[in-house]
Design a binder for this molecule. Structure first.
Ligand code: AR6
Length: 187
């Protein structure tokens, strides 16, 4: 077993090779599903949520009105409408409150539950933004470690999903993310 952050890796020394770190605008990606860092109402907001709703068109908000919201750590699925992606999986990350309010556990659940929902819909490629690291204030490095460990834990017991992209918007975030990925992979 390998431990880092608050999480545990089930692989001896490598992350699953289906996980890749990339830089870009998640709304432009031609993958089966993109994940939205949403709020519990699922009706749009700022940051990546705003960008996804703008790119998907008003149909996404109208559809999401039928979903009954989403709790922190859980995930809901919608069509991608005008996006290149076929689906949007919305998940609600934890608001950072200093680290003692189960923020790490809840953030891990966002990745795990999004992948579980994707697999249940036969989605084979999925892209994640760095959930909770913007408006919700989660420390970026710790959030990356949790994203990698939680996704890895899912992938070791799943053969359906072929590609998991971790998308950074800025070059600085991408470099940080890639550094953590490389560090984790070489432990
Ligand atoms: N592509 C990829 N990543 C992006 C993009 C993009 N187009 N735009 C922003 N990011 P945030 P949160 C990155 O604030 O912290 C919303 O108002 C960004 O650089 O979007 O989970 C919701 O409605 C950052 O690293 O999400 C909620 O109320 C990451 O996406 C609240 O914000 C997440 O930042 C959710 O806050």
């Amino acid at each position: 077993m390998l431990y880092f952050g608050d999480c545990r890796l089930n692989t001896p020394n490598m992350l699953d090779q289906r996980i890749q770190i990339i830089q870009g605008d998640i709304t432009r990606l031609d993958v089966a599903a993109i994940v939205n860092a949403a709020n519990p109402g699922l009706l749009g907001g700022g940051g990546v949520d705003g960008a996804i709703h703008r790119a998907a068109g008003p149909e996404l908000r109208a559809f999401n009105k039928t979903l009954g919201g989403c709790k922190t750590g859980e995930a809901k699925i919608s069509p991608g409408f005008r996006l290149p992606a076929e689906f949007v999986i919305s998940t609600v990350g934890p608001v950072w409150k200093g680290g003692n309010s189960n923020e790490a556990g809840l953030l891990g659940q966002c990745y795990y539950n999004s992948l579980k929902l994707a697999s249940a819909h036969n989605i084979t490629s999925i892209a994640f933004p760095a959930i909770s690291t913007g408006v919700y204030g989660f420390p970026f490095r710790q959030a990356c470690e949790i994203a990698l460990s939680s996704s890895n834990q899912f992938l070791v017991q799943n053969d359906n999903i072929q590609k998991v992209l971790m998308v950074s918007f800025s070059e600085a975030d991408f470099n940080t993310y890639l550094g953590i990925y490389t560090q984790v992979n070489s432990r």
